[in-house]
Write a protein that binds this ligand. Structure first.
Ligand code: PLP
Length: 455
């Protein structure tokens, strides 16, 4: 593990302060030409090693990977602390640089199969059916709309911000009849409100946003699972986990969650490009009982479920090409999450501890959060912070960029100019050697002072 730790090299504080080109646009990840050149040489060297190992028929590919990742170090870059995409560990980025592979080759098929198996571990869902396809988190909504619901069926959307609006919009696009319970900004529909709605009408599907990335509010997944089991056990409970899988505890089986949908670029710590979903036996049964075929071509489970089963069985199958390199990246990340240090449970605890630290820091500075009670109702992988009086986005965010920190602006339509969002997920949280959180918090304090704010 210590070798892996050493190889995980994030943007260290020194690299940020030494950055002489900090006025470049935030997309720049190459602070100076020298570093960039050295890095390219290093990358080329490890790439040659990797290719050499790769074509050696006797060397197991995992061994080749271990040998070469130790020397790969990504270029110095601005610290990306938005609520996704997040910082990607060196070994994951390196895995993404895998040589081109056939998506049906005997070397690739078990890698895909492992991703399916490890995803079940992350979600505590030994009986769920994962589905992984090219796409992003949004495509998970299409999967729910096209496979679990039939046109004209009723869905209840719990709306705790921007992503609730969008999920509802997506379901309606496929012909579902959608009711919503909308919470005021910074809170979520209460279990009582949900119970009352379920008592009034039978819903085929109930969806909620586990972490609404526009407000930083965390929903009570366990409580909703218990509620549905108690008052409407036929209802299929869908958790939008795009901003929570990997950073929040989700016990799909035990809590009675039927669909979890996510993407690779948030708590799973990979580059964007994969939709990741898991469906319970109950959700699959609902799909199998359909009387009309799924009303999507690319998102149809009729096409994808046989492919997923084939990859897991070690045979492989084709409907549409998976992003093979991303599957390698996901494999590296899921291996760290399920088998590395910290353990999965410790990973969740560390996200809670870091979140508490960020939220305490924000309060001590005299700043408010969007979540009504940040430490109680707030997500553990992000924090939404209101600007203090007299400070605007244009005062603060460029000052952070000048310190090589990229946070996110507001997203909720009604208040988007009033707050900013900090992501604290993945390697930024669990790899303490990177020093990301210290650097982030110090920089926020300094930038606020530069913007004229006095706590
Ligand atoms: C980011 C996000 C999405 C959308 O995911 P994409 O990968 O951008 O398509 C959906 N829901 C939530 C809660 C998110 O945070």
């Amino acid at each position: 593990m210590s070798a892996r730790r050493q190889s995980l090299s994030g943007p260290m504080p020194m690299e940020h302060t030494d950055d002489t080109n900090s006025r470049r646009p935030s997309t720049s990840t190459r602070p100076n030409a020298d570093a960039s050149h050295h890095n390219r040489v290093a990358v080329a060297r490890t790439r040659i090693d990797q290719v050499t190992h790769h074509i050696s028929p006797r060397l197991p590919s995992t061994l080749a990977k271990d040998m070469s990742t130790q020397s790969f170090k990504q270029a110095p870059h601005k610290l990306l602390v938005i609520p996704g995409p997040i910082e990607v560990a060196d070994d994951v980025l390196f895995a993404n640089a895998h040589p081109a592979m056939s998506h049906v080759s005997p070397e690739f098929i078990p890698v895909f199969g492992d991703c399916i198996r490890m995803l079940r571990e992350v979600l505590f869902a030994p009986n769920a059916q994962p589905v992984l396809t090219a796409g992003s988190g949004t495509l998970g909504w299409d999967h729910v709309a096209a496979n679990v619901l039939q046109p004209g069926e009723d869905a209840l959307v719990l709306n705790s911000g921007y992503f609730g609006d969008s999920f509802a919009d997506c379901l309606e696009t496929y012909g579902a009849k959608v009711d919503q319970i909308k919470a005021p900004i910074g809170s979520k529909p209460s279990l009582d409100e949900v119970e009352a709605a379920l008592a009034k009408k039978k819903y085929k599907v109930l969806t909620f946003t586990h972490v609404d990335t526009s407000t930083g509010v965390l929903s009570d997944a366990k409580g909703l699972g218990e509620l549905v089991k108690r008052v409407s056990p036929e209802t299929i409970l869908v958790l939008d986990g795009v901003c929570s899988v990997g950073s929040e505890e989700i016990r799909m089986d035990e809590w009675g969650i039927d669909v979890v949908l996510t993407a690779t670029q948030k708590g799973l710590g990979c580059p964007p490009g994969l939709m990741v979903l898991a469906a319970s036996k109950k959700a699959i049964a609902a799909f199998e009982k359909r009387t009309v075929p799924p009303n999507s071509y690319f998102a149809s489970w009729s096409r994808w479920l046989p492919v997923m089963k084939a990859y897991e069985a070690g045979t492989g199958a084709y409907f549409a090409t998976p992003p093979t390199n991303l599957i390698y990246a996901l494999h590296a990340s899921l291996t760290t999450i399920t088998k590395g240090s910290p353990s999965l449970e410790e990973r969740f605890q560390q996200h809670v501890a870091t979140s508490d630290r960020v939220k305490d820091f924000v309060s001590q500075l005299g700043l408010q959060q969007l979540a009504a009670d940040g430490k109680k109702d707030g997500a553990h992988g992000m924090t939404a912070v209101r600007y203090p009086q007299g400070v605007k986005a244009t005062d603060l965010l460029p000052k952070l960029v000048a310190k090589n920190i990229v946070v996110a602006a507001g997203l909720h339509k009604q208040v988007k100019d009033e707050y900013f969002r900090i992501g604290h997920m993945g390697v930024t949280v669990v790899d303490k050697q990177r020093g990301d959180i210290d650097y982030l918090l110090n920089s926020i304090k300094e930038a606020l002072a530069e913007a004229g704010y006095k706590p």
